[in-house]
Write a protein of this length. Structure first.
Length: 245
């Protein structure tokens, strides 16, 4: 059973700064977050612009449950401040690379693996499918139960591997996020074709419609230092001044 809680971020990038932002996020912030907050990086991905907003980055951070998230927030706001001093320098540099973003607190399903488990299992995608579901209020749990019981085996049979499935917290239980690792582009083609009428996922699609679900899928590409690409958390040795990126 997973005991983790995650911060999920959609970051709006300014101009041609996406690669610099991903490097700044992984190399220059992840080691600090891990040392000071026990906050691990699950992923830093670039969205494939043709499949959604652009330029955009998706970040996910793993914490040890609600207690870990509360400790993170307490560190951020300690002594009445509105920002951790260790974050201030990083934030000042990041401000030139991004406009802002939207964060969600998300809670994983019991079968979702931690980032350490995913790395140990060698989970990695040439590309990733990021699916944001909306359902009638109060039914996100029903949706994720269906993902685990019917969606996961149907999609896995096509060669995709689940990174995780998450309910959006602090809301009306109407949103969920599912991320799949896709080993190659041929598997992605097969996945998209499987949603057609009569395809391998047509029954799964009908199940989702029966739950009142709506969904939008974007494709993601790992940042160079993202843990699922490298098999490890970014290290102090990965740091580089922003002007060198």
């Amino acid at each position: 059973m997973s005991d983790k809680v995650y911060i999920h971020e959609l970051i709006d990038i300014i101009g041609h700064n996406r690669a610099r932002y991903m490097q700044h996020m992984t190399a220059n912030w992840c080691p600090v977050a891990r040392a000071e907050r026990d906050q691990l990086c699950l992923g830093v991905w670039a969205t494939l612009g043709s499949t959604g907003p652009w330029p955009e980055v998706v970040n996910m951070w793993e914490l040890d449950g609600w207690e870990g998230l509360a400790a993170n927030f307490a560190h951020e706001t300690g002594a009445g401040r509105d920002q951790d001093p260790s974050l201030a320098e990083w934030w000042a540099a990041a401000a030139s690379l991004r406009r802002g973003g939207v964060d969600r607190i998300v809670v994983p399903t019991t079968w979702t693996r931690s980032v350490d488990q995913l790395c140990a299992d060698g989970v990695r995608g040439e590309v990733y499918a990021h699916e944001l579901f909306t359902v009638p209020p109060g039914t996100a749990g029903d949706l994720l139960a269906a993902v685990g019981e019917a969606g996961r085996p149907a999609v896995s049979a096509l060669g995709l591997e689940p990174v995780g499935a998450y309910e959006v917290a602090m809301a009306d239980r109407s949103e969920a996020i599912v991320i799949w690792a896709i080993p190659d582009w041929a598997t992605w083609i097969a996945y998209e074709r499987a949603w057609a009428d009569g395809g391998e996922l047509s029954d799964w699609s009908a199940t989702l419609v029966g739950l009142g679900a709506r969904w939008k899928r974007q494709l993601l590409i790992d940042g160079p230092l993202a843990p699922l690409r490298t098999g490890r958390q970014p290290q102090e040795s990965d740091r580089r001044p922003l002007e060198e990126i």
